[in-house]
Design a protein around this ligand. Sequence first.
Ligand code: FMN
Length: 373
Amino acid sequence: MMKQKYEPLFKSFTFGNGVELKNRVVLAPMTNFASNPDGTVSDDEVAYYERRSDGVGMVVTACTYATPNGKGFPGEFAADSDDMIPSLRRLASAIKEQGSKAILQIFHGGRECPSELVNGDVVSASNIPSEGEGKPVPRELTSEEIESIVRDFGEATRRAIEAGYDGVEIHGANGYLIQQFFSPHANRREDKWGGSLEKRMAFPLAVVDSVQKAVAEHGDESFIVGYRFSPEEPETPGITMADTLALVDALSEKDLDYLHVSLMDFWSEARRGVEDKRSRIELIQERVGKKVPVIGVGSIYTADDAVKAMESGVPLIALGRELIIDPDWVKKIKEGREDEIVTSIDKSKQKELVVPDALWNAIVNSPGWFPGV
Ligand SMILES: Cc1cc2nc3c(=O)[nH]c(=O)nc-3n(C[C@H](O)[C@H](O)[C@H](O)COP(=O)(O)O)c2cc1C
């Protein structure tokens, strides 16, 4: 039997649009590098999702590219043409059949796209490469191209609706194109898409509008729209915590169903931009108040970690690595067997854990990324 202290994780949750989740645990979006070369989802990938979609209330898929030259990873699946709808539908159905809501994460990699995946045409807000050795110098997007990418996010949303997803998550985090427009490092434009804090928000907000327009035209109230962002950038110039709180204010006015704060450590503190020494997630939750539900994430491994995270005030928590390490995490807590939860990866168990080869190889060859490696 479940211990009483874990009950907060299992209370159902209702979004502003009336859609109910059976519990507070979300599978974080995780790229698996395992889709077919033509952009369709693979059998291995579908099996991976089936294995980890029964306990959680909501699954956010790996990111999918909305525009052909936004492909950011080898083995990333596609949402850039109507030909992909059957593939997208296959993944949505696999997740929903396990009893979870299925959310498609829509994306453009911008200057982080490997050159060979985009025919050498790496693009961004401006021609500034990201920091680090050997990063390609991106080509600055024209205004027409920007408008076209904004429309592509709407089109990807329409496809998600036609494929049966319960919602989409706009990937505005982790340094990819949407964040690049908000970033004073990547965005040095002087037109309507850059120059001031307000103008750096123009592209993220235009993407939100485009997605919401697609929902109004092709979907209904029950379709969930979330937005994921990273609170700060380490670069100078770079997004500060103060910038992020301004973005949070703007997003809070947009009638989104949730905001998802991308962090590797749930309790990390702000680097610059605010005096307050509380954690980023607490500052964001306080700023958002009751306007829109927040999902927190980052290094939650045990049942106690999860309960403690919820005490920060966020209504929903996402787990990434831990649900690769132990797909039975939710079930074990529900059955009072939380002491059986595995919190570091067992390198002999790829088959039981149902992890595609490409993701497994990335995990076991990246020391320090997953506990146990
Ligand atoms: C294998 C892997 C792939 C990831 N791919 C994505 C992605 O496609 N989109 C995204 O927003 N975050 C991605 N992330 C970040 C996670 O969603 C999450 O924010 C991060 O891993 C911290 O949570 P955790 O400590 O529970 O793993 C990925 C993380 C991992 C481990």
